[in-house]
Design a protein around this ligand. Structure first.
Ligand code: FES
Length: 338
């Protein structure tokens, strides 16, 4: 029998995946996996199990009453998980924290296959993963415990969901906990991780995309581009990749490769350093052509440091543009994602 993979995204950023049978209700599939989604009647009467289906095909079920789910709500993508039967893989936003559903993040181990340094700018960490490693949505991150420290750091996956190996692009921080460990030559050593986490992930592609990457904030976009290469949606996808110094501009060869593999994908790079020899000096907002905004008919994804998020929001305001959607992940080197 067919099964579909259902991603349950909880309010606290935790994502859990469950396999749901082709005739099974999502609430039942979650329950089988010991995830107690909100519910009361389980009969389509109370509306307690209402969630938002963010992507995928499904049947709403025909056994519920209008009080539990109105026609308007159904049109907006709301569903009753006690009635909903998936017809494809789906992503469902659950409006409560994972702890309220007696679930949490998955923990798993991996082995370092390779650490590739990019001058003093960043590292690419490549991990061998066990067969039961959790899948993730392109754009999400994981917490990695730095061996021997008891502390963790958060990094976005740069590999494709379901790939044989997991990869991460990690900024080099002088004296940083993770950087010091990566420099020590940890090939073959084990790492413990928890995740996947985060609500910054690629939504169904229904219009042009604008991807804004700051430094190692490039990582989640590499994962998204892998998925875009597979989907071949044909929508224009433009990326602006901005860094501080010339040597921070890494993996441009990989972007050139995506420009061949992803129809409609173009990108440009810029360097903020006033002394740069790069052909485009400045910040991403200074190299954002009006046509990349498509008059607002665009989904914008941004991963970069907090000042970049603020600058881009200000730029949209100045230009009088309200994008159809704006998803962002703010990070600082010692904190979250990338
Ligand atoms: Fe009552 Fe679904 S649990 S409508």
């Amino acid at each position: 029998m067919n099964t579909y993979r259902i991603a349950l995204n909880f309010e606290d950023g935790v994502t859990r995946f469950v396999e749901c049978g082709a005739t099974e209700k999502v609430l039942d599939a979650a329950y089988r996996n010991r995830i107690n989604l909100p519910m009361d009647c389980s009969d389509g009467v109370c509306g307690t199990c209402k969630c938002r289906a963010e992507s995928g095909a499904y049947e709403l079920g025909d056994d519920y009453i209008e009080d539990a789910l109105t026609e308007d709500e159904a049109e907006q993508g709301l569903v009753l998980t006690c009635q909903m039967i998936p017809k494809s893989d789906c992503v469902i936003a659950v409006p409560v924290p994972s702890t309220a559903c007696k679930t949490g993040t998955a923990e798993f181990g991996a082995t370092v296959a390779e650490v590739a340094p990019f001058s003093d700018a960043a590292y690419e960490l490549v991990l061998d993963i066990p067969d039961n490693a959790p899948v993730f949505l392109p754009g999400q991150y994981v917490n990695i415990t730095v061996p021997g420290s008891g502390q963790h750091r958060s990094y976005s996956f740069s590999s494709a969901p379901g790939a044989r190996r997991m990869t991460f692009l990690i900024k080099h921080v002088p004296e940083g906990l993770m950087s010091t460990w990566l420099k020590s030559g940890p090939d073959g050593q084990s790492l413990q991780m928890t995740g996947p986490l985060g609500s910054f992930y690629l939504r169904p592609v229904a219009r042009p995309l604008l991807l804004l990457a700051g430094g190692t904030g490039l990582a989640p976009f590499l994962s998204m581009l892998e998925v875009l290469a597979e989907q071949q949606s044909g929508q224009p996808v433009h990326m602006i990749y901005g860094v501080t110094r010339d040597q921070d501009l890494v993996l441009v060869d990989r972007l050139l490769d995506y420009a061949q593999r992803v129809p409609g994908f173009t990108f440009t790079t810029c360097v903020a350093d006033a002394a740069t020899t790069h052909e485009r000096q400045g910040y991403v907002t200074q190299h954002m052509p009006a046509q990349a905004l498509h008059g607002g008919n665009v989904d914008v994804y941004l991963c970069g440091p907090p000042p970049m998020v603020d600058a881009v929001q200000k730029h949209f305001k100045t230009e009088g543009i309200t994008p159809a959607s704006f998803h962002y992940e703010k990070f600082t080197p010692n904190q979250t994602a990338s």
